[in-house]
Design a protein around this ligand. Structure first.
Ligand code: FAD
Length: 445
């Protein structure tokens, strides 16, 4: 049988390779390291962790925890290695990074169906293929992907504003209104500031601690059109009031007056449960974002499901480029995997490696593409990659806001989350029990 080509031996590529070889499908992986190195990787190992050694929460009461459960149920190689090489980290799953990637490398290398070539892929391969070259895809391959998708649909930089849960917004302070529209109501929610509140917010913002930018990320041209909010603020006390915080056309319907400044938030998911802070791309440290942005009237108790980030990150505009099964639209046997599909995080990238592998497996066996249940963590992530509500797609991680709402109204947040997670667990198990994809490999629960 012709081997499936996998470009990139990171987290997604290694997981995809594992899922295929254990189903009897030969894999030929191309990994450019150490011949060509990425700006962040340090070793030649497969499945190297480029930064933190934490894979995030492993708690059963979180979306990240559910995602890990689902991967374990798929006999994930990445999770197997993480569990075998974990180090104490409270409710998080942290690992000994050396042993973690050594185990992944050794496991794949000893599989007779696995071949590794240390070479940069500079063309999109023909035949069944998974491109899993990650957020730091080499420039040659990135250029080919740009040609494939068109330059408006492949992003090179992540400049993302924080996303919060709508229900944590204090609507006794904030109000719905679109700019220049009469009365209340509209798509935007506005958080009004008086002069004193603006001053307090402004001073906290310009003094807040920023995250360091890596050399390879810091080029000023990356920031065109997505200047961090703290950088705009540093230009002068009123620059924000004439920019993203301008109050004109946003009179507060309760007072009839124009606020001194207004922070707008805008719907971020199809269900309308998540909102992003408009114009708040930021490079502040995560703890600082929560502290400073909670000074905004109406957001004092905001629950952040995703923090703002700015870093080099090659990813596609998934809702407009992919077919819902991680294939570029109109292509049958080419799949993307990992962070470049528009997810963010080690485990999310791994999950998109497993999804791509099962997609290829289905294609090779003449099966329909798997329909991952949207209530499961994997299915909910995939749904986000199809959700074209947001005109400017931003990568997503596993958080409680990605799941479809429950049919019943439950007031207690904790109870609601528990129900959402148990529903996801059940749907995933039903999917797995009823799918032909899961009968062919040893080791699955
Ligand atoms: P990778 O793990 O990067 O794997 C891609 C592989 O493809 C690499 O081995 C690379 O060498 C190879 N490759 C690239 N181009 C080619 C080519 N043309 N031919 C052949 N091989 C190629 N997520 C977290 O959860 N926690 C963090 O702390 C974290 N820190 C990050 C720090 C940085 C600097 C970056 C860029 C991202 C970070 N992420 C983090 C996000 C993301 O989860 C990781 O980048 C994750 O490794 C993505 O998995 P992947 O398999 O998609 O890509």
């Amino acid at each position: 049988m012709q081997p499936v080509v996998i470009a990139g031996g990171g987290l997604a590529g290694s997981e995809a390779a594992w899922q295929l070889v254990r189903r009897g499908i030969p894999v030929h992986m191309f990994e450019m390291r150490p011949v060509v190195s990425s700006p962040a990787h340090r070793t030649d190992k497969l499945g190297e962790l480029v930064c933190s050694n934490s894979l995030g929460s492993d708690s059963g009461d979180s979306a990240a925890g559910l995602l890990k459960e689902e991967l374990r149920a798929l006999d994930s190689l990445i999770m197997k290695s993480a569990d075998a090489h974990s180090v104490p980290a409270g409710k998080a799953l942290a690992v000994d990074r050396e042993r973690f990637s050594q185990f992944i490398t050794d496991t794949l290398m000893k599989d007779p169906l696995f071949t590794l070539t240390r070479r940069e892929v500079a063309e999109i391969p023909d035949g069944p293929c998974i491109i899993a070259s990650g957020p730091l895809t080499s420039p040659a391959l990135a250029a080919k992907l740009q040609t494939l998708f068109g330059q408006d649909y492949l992003y090179f930089y992540d400049a993302v504003a924080p996303v919060i849960e709508l229900e944590s917004v204090d609507m006794s302070v904030a109000y719905r209104k679109d700019r220049y529209a009469d009365g209340e109501g509209g798509d935007y929610i506005n958080c009004p500031m008086d002069e004193r509140q603006y001053q307090t917010f402004y001073e906290a913002l310009i003094a807040a601690e920023r995250a360091p930018l890596h050399d390879f990320e810091g080029k000023a041209e990356y920031f065109e059109g997505c200047m961090p909010v703290e950088a705009i603020a540093s230009r002068g006390r009123d620059t924000l009031r004439f920019g993203p915080l301008r109050p004109v056309g946003l009179n507060d319907p309760r007072t009839g007056k124009r606020p001194y400044a207004v922070v707008q938030i805008r719907q971020d998911n199809a269900e309308g449960t998540l909102y992003n802070l408009v114009g708040f791309q930021t490079n502040l440290r995560w703890g600082e974002q929560q502290r400073v942005f909670r000074l905004i009237p109406g957001l004092e108790r905001a629950e952040f499901v995703r923090m703002g980030v700015m870093h080099r990150n090659i990813y596609v505009d998934a809702p407009r480029c992919l077919d819902g099964c991680l294939r570029p639209r109109g292509m049958e046997s080419l799949f993307l995997a990992g962070q470049m599909t528009g997810v963010e995080g080690y485990v999310e990238s791994t999950a998109m490696g497993a999804v791509a592998a099962l997609g290829v497996f289905s294609f090779l066996n003449g099966l329909p593409q798997p329909q991952w249940p949207v209530e499961s963590a994997i299915g909910a992530l995939l749904f986000r990659l199809k959700d074209a509500t947001n005109p400017r797609f931003a990568p997503t991680n596993a958080n409680m806001g990605i799941f479809p709402p429950l049919d019943e109204k439950i007031k207690s947040r904790k109870e609601r989350h528990e129900k959402i997670l148990s529903r996801g667990r059940l749907k995933f198990l039903q999917f797995k029990a009823n799918s032909a994809l899961f009968f062919s490999g040893p080791g699955e629960e």
